[in-house]
Design a protein around this ligand. Sequence first.
Ligand code: PLP
Length: 361
Amino acid sequence: MTEKRVFNFSAGPSMLPVPVLEKAAKQMLNYENSGMSVMEMSHRSSSYLDIFEKTKGLLKKVMNIPDDYKIVFIQGGATQQFSMVPLNLLKNGKADYIITGAFSKKAAAEAKKFGEINIAYDGSANNFKHIPTQDELNLDPEASYVHLCANNTIYGTEWKYVPETNGVPVIVDMSSNILSKPVDVSKYGMIYAGAQKNMGIAGLGVAIIKEDLLQKVAPTTPVLLDYKLMIDNDSMYNTPPAYAIYVLGLVLEWIDNLGGLEVMEERNIKKANLLYDYLDRSDFYICHSNKDNRSLMNVTFTTPDKDLDAKFVKESIVAGMTNLKGHRSVGGIRASIYNAMPIEGVEKLIAFMKDFEASNK
Ligand code: PLP
């Protein structure tokens, strides 16, 4: 069955590790002699609560989450967090937003509905090739929090440091690089992500929040947008995205069995370096992001012209690789090489790129 699978370079939803898919398939009709699929279980049943607790425990272990942080599983993906963050955390109505790409821009636009938002940096002038240095940030010392996006899925840039904010909590959208490398959770007030890249399947948002940031929200806040209420009900105020939480548990088990996030990082550096080294040697392909800010997860580049970009994408599909078309705002090609992409996929892509370069130069 696996030999029919293609190398899927999609930015998300994206590839899952084969052992995760195999285990889910094996358990599909009858999960551990329960006589039913996880999809069919009551979220209040003891079988499901075991799965839920196991997933939470593994996330805490794999990410080394300190005890004073709470984990919440929420429907609505990362975009829902763009609204929840200001609704819950704008203590004095003011916050800083750092715009390094399309999603941080969307997050800032959403936050503007709820408060006074200072744009501490905006990289749109250079088409988001660059991540700001500490000196380039115009931070407001009175901000309730500083929001940033750790990895810019569309542009292929990634933060390599956590900015110094003088005690103002840093809230980070890690949708496209969570679980790709170890992070020091204690440096953030909150981490959130949509699950459909490194955490499994769409339909689940995960938030990891420092408990002391939680406060009573305005009485008009919709119940499902209230972090405190979600935490007080252990993510079960209503039906949680039960199957997506189960798949996250399988993904975490896979990471843990391989040796954790240090091993993930080693694998990801190896894959990304192969591709970037080839791009740097080539005088045909042009990398979108600046060298210091390159993402380990999303590699963006172009050929010398748009027609060749389109030809590249078309021919790559015939060669057994899918979803290499770049996002419309950058154009060109984007290879998303999340945790589940095996090194063989990257090697195959480079071999294809070499052939394409030789025959189209
Ligand atoms: N943030 C980042 C960095 C993303 O890559 C995405 C989606 O690709 C989102 C937010 C939006 O996520 P969702 O579709 O789960 O709302």
